[in-house]
Design a protein around this ligand. Structure first.
Ligand SMILES: Nc1ncnc2c1ncn2[C@@H]1O[C@H](COP(=O)(O)OP(=O)(O)O)[C@@H](O)[C@H]1O
Ligand SMILES: [Mg+2]
Length: 460
């Protein structure tokens, strides 16, 4: 959204045409005015053009209405600063309501007829204040607690803004993003900032539940629905009533179940397996996938009508390699968490470690970063974490030098094998399986790269 810094909103919910009170706009030093005649129009202008200032008439008889209007707009206009136009200086303090509304909602007020120059100065200050309020809110999001999202890159600030908007709506939301980019975290953030935050948040990983069980997991079943159904079971969607259901890896949902889910989205009712009753369930749906669902639609493995229904509000969680600024912030954040728990006297990362992390591509995104930092804290022998502790010993610093493709392949191969071995605690069969090669091949590759057969190689 392009933010228009030099236009203010003039909100005139009444009959219209009272903008003359502002006098000729030429007096306002280049400021432009956008007139809105209804709350809807105001919302559109604020969201569409990113206007930061709202100007409104404050007739003593209409302050309550103005206060309500601003309240109604507060969701989409969280950073809008309001300036009131007051008929006379006495009017401003003629009643306590008037004074309260000004104190609660207004950045400034001017008495009519306005002094164009002073008014323009006030507009400038209001823009500054709006930015300050927005930044303060971003920092709150960036400064993290247990379940919070960390990040200060422009892409993350953009994501935070999007999440805030999505939290203010009740429409189905869809989160696209590579694995480990924080899709589930984003879904929780939306829920926790929505009007449903008191209700449950229920996450279902459609990719992790066997196809034969998904239907009863999602919709529940009645006693006697099938052999072994000795009592009624409430499904995950029903369990999320009044709150949010998060359907993770929705791209893995089998086609028959896509039809059931579509019916639920259209009718807001569910039918338990083995039941006949249509049970109304009031729940917000957030779905996510790392797959390209448009491609799945083309291939006929995902229903287009379901995608349309689910995908009213789109959110994209950006991969870590596209926001290098966040790598250091995240690494230090997780270091603080895990180093404290480890009880080891570590002080941080060497500058080479930070360089290596910035240069690395992070195919597993934040999840991978967490794992590497965690492991580094265990592996580290000195006071500071080195590239080697992070298993990034041979990562190239971007742009600093080039190597042949053969060397790069060989390095990547070695790293992948080392990582698989450590993940499998040097169990050859398991490591070979992860790598998709036979044990014989794994031994041969270890020979080639001179990788030892035990843990000692990790710190040698
Ligand atoms: N911006 C972030 N700040 C802090 N932790 C994050 C961030 N993004 C992801 N994580 C953490 O990374 C891990 C993977 O996130 P998750 O939401 O499960 O990713 P996805 O669902 O996209 O695979 C989780 O432990 C999550 O808490
Ligand atoms: Mg996930």
């Amino acid at each position: 959204m392009a933010i228009d810094q030099r236009t203010f909103l003039y909100l005139d919910p009444g009959s219209g045409g009272s903008t003359k009170e502002l006098g000729p706009l030429e007096h306002l030093g280049g400021w432009r005015m956008h007139v809105a005649h209804s709350v809807e129009e105001a919302r559109e202008a604020i969201e569409g053009q990113g206007l930061r200032i709202g100007v409104v008439n404050l007739e003593p008889g209409a302050v309550d209405a103005v206060s309500d209007t601003i309240g109604e707009l507060s969701r989409s206009a969280r950073f809008v600063q309001w300036i009131g136009l007051v008929p006379s200086p006495e009017a401003a303090f003629s009643s306590s309501t008037f004074a309260r509304v000004i104190a609660e909602h207004f950045f400034d007020y001017h008495t009519l007829p306005i002094d164009g120059q002073r008014f323009a100065v006030s507009l400038g200050h209001a823009v500054g204040m709006s930015r300050a309020v927005e930044r303060a809110a971003d920092q709150k999001w960036a400064a993290a607690g247990e379940e919070e999202m960390v990040g200060t890159s422009p892409l993350m600030l953009e994501l935070f803004r999007t999440l805030r908007k999505v939290a203010g709506s009740d429409a189905p939301a869809f989160i696209f993003g590579e694995s480990g980019t924080g899709k589930e975290l984003a879904a929780r953030a939306i829920h926790e900032r929505s009007s449903r935050r008191q209700g449950p948040f229920v996450a279902v990983d459609c990719g992790a539940i066997p196809a034969t069980l998904i239907q009863s997991e999602l919709f529940g079943y009645e006693k006697g629905a099938f052999t072994g159904a000795s009592h009624r079971k409430i499904g995950r969607i029903e369990a999320a009533a009044g709150g949010t259901v998060f359907l993770d890896e929705i791209g893995d949902l089998p086609l028959e179940l896509q039809a059931n889910l579509l019916r639920f989205l259209q009718e807001s009712t569910i039918q338990r397996v083995g039941g006949t009753e249509q049970i109304p369930v009031e729940v917000r749906v957030i779905a996510a996938t790392h797959k390209d669902l448009d491609e799945a639609v083309r291939q006929g493995t995902f229903r287009q009508d379901l995608l349309f229904r689910l995908c009213v509000l789109r959110v994209a969680t950006p991969p870590l390699r596209d926001r290098v600024e966040d790598v250091e912030v995240l690494a230090k954040y997780f270091f603080e968490q895990f180093a404290r728990d480890s009880g080891r006297p570590l002080t941080g990362f060497t500058s080479q470690a930070l360089d290596a992390m910035r240069a690395y591509e992070w195919p597993g995104n934040v999840r991978e970063l967490i794992n590497r930092v965690r492991r580094a804290i265990v592996m580290c022998e000195g006071k500071m974490i080195t590239p080697r502790d992070l298993d990034l010993g041979s990562v190239l610093v971007r742009g600093s030098r080039t190597i042949s493709l053969d060397d790069a392949r060989s390095q990547a191969e070695r790293q992948t094998i080392e990582m698989a071995l450590r993940t499998a605690s040097f169990n050859m069969s398991r490591a070979a399986k992860t790598l998709g090669v036979s044990r014989v091949t794994l031994y041969r590759l270890m020979e080639k790269h001179r990788i030892a057969h035990s843990v000692t190689s990790a710190s040698s």
